[in-house]
Design a protein. Structure first.
Lengths: 327, 327
DNA sequence: CTCTATAATGAAAACGATTTCAAATTTGTT
DNA sequence: AACAAATTTGAAATCGTTTTCATTATAGAG
């Protein structure tokens, strides 16, 4: 491996001179030229580990996600990446499968790595994790949720589901079922369910709640079968996600229901297949890629911010209701 | 920051002893105990940059992808991650947007980082890149393509499209159009198109070729409109990907065609919406996650392999034809 | 032409681990 | 009890940079 010292020898200057050439510092034209040539000839590239050790800073940011092969997650990561790459940072990825233990593991590992900052997606909050986040030695931003005391970028999950619920009520539906997901997830789980319930109560309507096993189409399908069996007079189904909604639609169609005449259906997410099904799916678009970009921007400000005490930044991103045939 | 030296002082031993405690080496019970206590008390964690600098090895592997927010890519990455994480490696992610310049940039950057190995997905081959791959100082595996002289894991793109084409011919279709993508991509572009053409020629049928602009549903939609205008008697359409196929189906349905009576359609990919459309889409399943796992396993072998000269490993993964209503 | 500010320079000391090596200690063998 | 072998130990060198600091060359001011 060719080192800075080698370059110094070749160019007949001191190592300090080479370092100054690379990082900016006063240096004569003549020596600059010689160093430039030596570097060009050898293809020398500085050893990052040495740089990191010496400076204590690494141009990497950690990204901790539950899983990478999910539409929303991968879009957020794409957003993060576009901003970070533009600023010369690369991404160190950690996937947790939703396990707190792994989340803490990566939080530690990344700090050991001396990343410049960390972004955590779709986490759930426990006292232990709150501590871990607070005592993180590098800037940290959370996406997808808002836990009050930590910088974050999140969607208006509540507003989106509220709007969908109101639209469904306005459409004349009265027997409405909500198909939700695990409420340990404060955004997708809790906030959306709560929004639906609040809006229904506001209209003096009863709320029926079914909890899907996971986020897959199949779970929506199963929930719909329960609905058919237990609440046959249902005329509206609100789903926490688009995939669930598609599963629900499939089951209802198979059961001979006419959509949307017999039952209205809504999802959240604006997944790409939403306009391919019959009927097309009414949904709320969330801005995942934007979310990643904003999170990255905030993190960059925190990383490169001069001042010691940074303000708490919390961004709530809006939604857009996409009214289609299924409502 | 608390260092190994601090621990040594606290435990009243030499730094070497602490290092031996961490890495294994002869050490008395007594000292082990004192060191263990000191570490527990302080929460000391070794500085990775120092370790990397000293040992020249970093438990990270680089993953270079065109974009992360794609179904197939994110699934491959998930596969890579599951194997790598299990072996204590984390992932350094680089996205190229298909630009060779960025690909080379990350290839260099990651080597500077002293990652243990690199996996490159869905790349295209140029002489310059072939050189770059060959001169890579760390083990390297390519996924999604086979360029002959580099370790790789790839799908049987040719076989899959051949089987689909033959099935469509057996179904009685005679006026078949192939909707493909950019052939700079040797797998998705070239191999699939070639398979379709070969199979058609084999059956003495003409091949009509339309090139989609990109991989989006909308492009399939546009291609289908061209087909309707230029080749109105088409009775079968083979698509390089499922998204294109869905766009095609949408356009045909809007044009009043009955599917599959009037026209048969096939895609490749087994995307999750394939069973939600009317008709459901006939497709070929590829094993993306498996691909990632296998690539990771190969890379691990190369990294941890004792011998200097490693054999060239090339894995071709099979496919499964999923025959559904659209054929 | 002198004197002071400024720019250019390299030696040497970090950064925080691992590893070599020789010395000191323990263990086992006769 | 005496010696060889094996184990335990810490001092010091090392990895490849950056940065401090004292020194020397250069330029600008009077």
């Amino acid at each position: 491996m060719i080192t800075l010292k080698d370059i110094a020898q070749m160019a007949d200057v001191s190592p300090s001179a080479v370092s100054r050439y690379l990082n900016g510092g006063s240096l004569s034209e003549e020596k600059s030229r010689r160093i430039r040539d030596a570097i060009a000839q050898t293809g020398y590239r500085p050893n990052q580990a040495a740089q990191t050790l010496r400076t204590g800073a690494l141009k990497q940011v950690g990204v901790i996600v539950p899983k990478i092969n999910s539409n929303s997650v991968s879009n957020v990561v794409a957003g993060i990446n576009s901003v970070m790459a533009a600023n010369g940072y690369s991404l160190l990825l950690g996937t947790t499968a939703g396990q707190d233990k792994k989340e803490l593991h990566f939080l530690n590992l990344m700090q050991d790595n001396q990343v410049s900052g960390i972004i955590v997606m779709g986490t759930t909050m426990t006292p232990m994790k709150k501590d871990a986040f607070k005592s993180c030695r590098v800037p940290l931003v959370i996406t997808g949720q808002n836990f009050g005391e930590i910088c974050c970028v999140h969607h208006d999950d509540y507003g989106a589901m509220q709007a969908l619920t109101e639209a469904m009520i306005a459409r004349g539906r009265r027997k409405i079922v909500y198909v939700g997901v695990d409420e340990k997830d404060a955004a997708t789980g809790l906030a959306r369910r709560k929004a639906a319930f609040d809006a229904l109560r506001q209209a003096d309507l009863d709320a029926v709640y079914l909890l899907a096993q996971d986020y897959e189409v199949e779970s929506g399908y199963q929930c719909a079968q329960q609905i058919l069996a237990l609440y046959p007079d249902t005329d509206g189904i609100l789903c926490a996600t688009d995939k669930l909604a598609h599963g629900v639609m499939k089951a209802l169609k198979e059961a001979g229901k006419h959509l949307p005449e017999d039952v209205s259906i809504c999802g959240v997410g604006d997944d790409w297949p939403d306009q391919l099904t019959t009927p097309t799916l009414t949904t709320a678009r969330l801005y995942h890629e934007q979310c990643g970009e904003d999170a990255a921007s905030i993190l960059l400000q925190m990383i490169e911010g001069k001042t010691e005490d940074q303000p708490l930044r919390q961004i709530k991103l809006g939604y857009t209701i996409l009214r289609r045939e299924s409502l």
